[in-house]
Design a protein around this ligand. Structure first.
Ligand code: SF4
Length: 262
């Protein structure tokens, strides 16, 4: 687990830990298709899903009540089933070159880091995909904490969403790299889910390079598994040696050398 040393504490932030008993579904954990299905079961048109996701990811709203182009009865129904949580920014550290490190608290008390890297005309965000890591790279501090758990899709997306909100020009966040805590391919379903929701952002006119990232993930998965051309979709649906549970990462790690750093 990362040390708090050097971080600037954020005062007065009402974090997510107090909401740990909230049984409503985190809407950031849903794919667009899941939201469409949920709405369809209640006779609500599919296009409402796109509107809702736009309010959450593009317009950064935390309340269904603010979604003014959604019918009032739907706006009233959604918060009975879903919440739109933020991660808890516990601390932040900015270095001399403008690189900003965020320490996020999760609802179960675990902590993860994300790093925002300023470039000449855009930002790159380095995102975590697991709490801890099983890969045991010798040079890496995260390896010392071992793997504690996979991040949920909403926790991966939450890093991007919350840091975008912190930027004066959020559209300048154009690049994502999964080089924070964890081995992203060992949390494959949630990684892909997060990228697919990110792709919606692109489809609606955003600039996030999630399409390229998803493509890269597919290529990498195919290369690891030895899939033939055109067979990557089947490969993607297959757990990578333990899949969602996170078990088996060490085996996967033996087949690749990671040049990444935490
Ligand atoms: S460098 Fe990356 S893959 Fe290796 S132990 Fe650290 S977080 Fe895991």
């Amino acid at each position: 687990m990362s040390s708090l040393k050097g971080f600037k504490r954020i005062q007065g932030f009402e974090g997510s830990r107090g909401r740990v008993n909230d049984k409503r579904i985190n809407i950031l954990d849903l794919s667009r298709e899941q939201l469409v299905d949920w709405l369809a079961e209640r006779g609500i048109a599919a296009y409402r899903a796109g509107q809702i996701l736009k309010w959450i990811y593009r317009r950064q709203k935390d309340s269904f009540a603010e979604m003014s182009d959604i019918a009032k009865d739907v706006r009233a129904l959604l918060p009975q089933h879903f919440r739109i949580p933020r991660l808890e920014i516990q601390a932040m550290q900015t270095s001399a070159d403008g690189t900003r490190k965020y320490l996020f608290g999760l609802a179960d008390g675990e902590r993860i880091e994300s790093v925002l890297i300023p470039e000449r005309d855009h930002y790159t965000l380095c995102v975590s995909s697991q709490v801890g890591c099983a890969q045991n790279c010798r040079f890496c501090l995260t390896a010392k904490s071992k793997l504690r758990r996979n991040l949920a899709q909403g926790e991966i997306l939450g890093q991007v969403r919350d840091i975008k909100k912190d930027l004066p020009q959020p559209e300048q966040l154009t690049n994502l790299v999964f080089m924070g805590m964890g081995e992203p391919l060992a949390n494959f379903d949630h990684l892909l889910g997060a990228l697919q929701v990110g792709r919606l952002d692109v489809a609606e006119g955003g600039k996030l390079n999630a399409l390229q990232a998803e493509h890269d993930v597919q290529e990498t998965a195919a290369a690891i598994s030895g899939a033939e051309d055109g067979d990557t979709d089947r490969t993607l649906r297959r757990p990578l040696r333990g899949g969602r549970s996170g078990k088996g990462e060490a085996e996967l790690g033996q087949e690749r050398s990671s040049g990444r750093h935490a």
